[in-house]
Structure formats: C-alpha cells, structure tokens
Design a protein around this ligand. Sequence first.
Ligand code: AMZ
Length: 265
Amino acid sequence: MSLTLLPAVDLKDGRAVRLVQGAEGTETGYGDPVDAATSFAEQGAAWLHVVDLDAAFGRGPRNRDHIARVCAALPGVAVEASGGVRTPADLDALLDLGAARVVIGTAALEDPDWVVAACARHGDRVAVGLDARGTVLQARGWTSAGGDLFDALARLGAAGCRRFIHTEVARDGMLSGPAVDALAAVLAVTDRPVIASGGVATLDDLSALAALEPDGLEGVIVGKALYAGRFTVADALALLAGAEEVATGAAAAKDVAGAREGGGG
Ligand code: AMZ
C-alpha cells in the first residue's frame, strides 16, 4: 500500500477555507466545499479530511449539513470528519451523516474516558487527533495548551485508541515542509498507524513522508499546497504510487541479493 493521501476541506460558515497556523481571521476562502471535494475526488482521492472549524473553535456544529452534502455527493470517497467532537452525540451525528471515520482532538485530552470508550466501541471509525506545537498539545481550536504529546500517545495508545493524526500546528497552512523529525519521534514510540498533517508544500515533501511508511506512517493530509496550486491531487497520487514501487523494487532487489548470497554459501 502506498501512503494514503487525504486532501483537506476545512469548513467555516459553510465555505471551504484555509487558515494560517490555525489562527482565526487568517482565512482564505475557496468556495463551496462540495466543489473542492469533487475536484479532489475526480483526481482519484479515496479519502478526504473534512474539518468543521467553527465547531473546533467552540461555536457549536455549524457545518454538519455541508459535511453531509460532501458525503452524499461522493459516495465512493471515505470522509474523515473532525472538529468540535466533544460528546458521544457529536460523534454519533458525524458517523450517522456518513463519515467513514471521526477524529477527536480536544475531548481526548480533556475528557479521555468517553473517548477511550468510543475507540473501543467504534474501532477504526474513531481516531485521536494530536495537534501539537512541538511537544505541547493544543486544544479548542489550538487556542489552549493540552498537555504533553508523548504522554498522550502512551496513555491513549495503551487505552486502545487505534489510530493517531499528528498535526504540527506551527507548520499548518505555512507551506514550510512537514515535521519529519517530530513524526519520526512519534512513530518510534507507537505501533499504531499515524497520519501526518501540516506543512506539506512540495512533491519532495511527500517523498520524505513516504520514506516513513515502513515505520508506521499511514497517510498524509494536504491542504494549502493543493489550494495554492503547488501540485495537484493527481500529481500527489502518482508520486505516492511511484514511491511505493521504488520501495517494493528495493525490497525485491534485497530479496534477490539475499537469495544469491544464501545460494552461493
Ligand atoms: O485550524 C485550527 N485552529 C484547528 C483545526 N484545524 N483547530 C482544530 N483543528 C482540527 C484538528 C482536528 O482535525 O486538526 O480540528 C480537529 C480537532 O477538533 P477538536 O474540536 O476535536 O479539538
């Protein structure tokens, strides 16, 4: 399997937007989220990462109808939905409207008991979002600190949470390159699949992330780079498929070399 690409569709007041480092007031608008989502899907995206930013900032769920429109318009695409999932009812609402998976951030830090129970109940349909500035976790729309990244990884992993989404907040919307070292450190301490988010600007950045796949990186969320036209979803998918071929080819070459060595002994 190649690294999964999850184009991001962040929603504010029903419009697709990009923020800079997640800060309110920095948004650039990109129109109807269904149009953005459809364009990504037509280029071959199998997953979308859809965030209700209003809900993440604590203004209640404002974009559920739009998330539902995306799910209904693209039945062949798996939607990973997030933002403001603070109660079991919030989680059920997103699962019921058609999300394939729901990401929980703030509540996993502030109210972990029900989140751990939700992970046990829903399995792969729930992931924990670990949004961090360095090792300091961020909650409530990245407006308050929420503890230590590695403590949370250990605690929530041991409690049975299946999958983590790691976002380097300082790189989000910055086109400054992904947090490869931080990701490597995260992958070193968990055996759960991890999805990376924040900072991807170039196809080379995707290659650098693809190199972490053997360590447990499962996917990458890309936002600004796609909206800014740095590369397309089609380009990214071709690159990731090629990286997979190179990795498979290298493994096969190693096997052949190993067999030769074995045979010659
Ligand atoms: O941009 C932001 N300020 C922001 C953002 N993109 N704040 C939160 N989020 C995203 C997280 C995660 O996908 O990356 O919202 C989700 C977490 O929301 P919550 O409400 O569960 O912490």
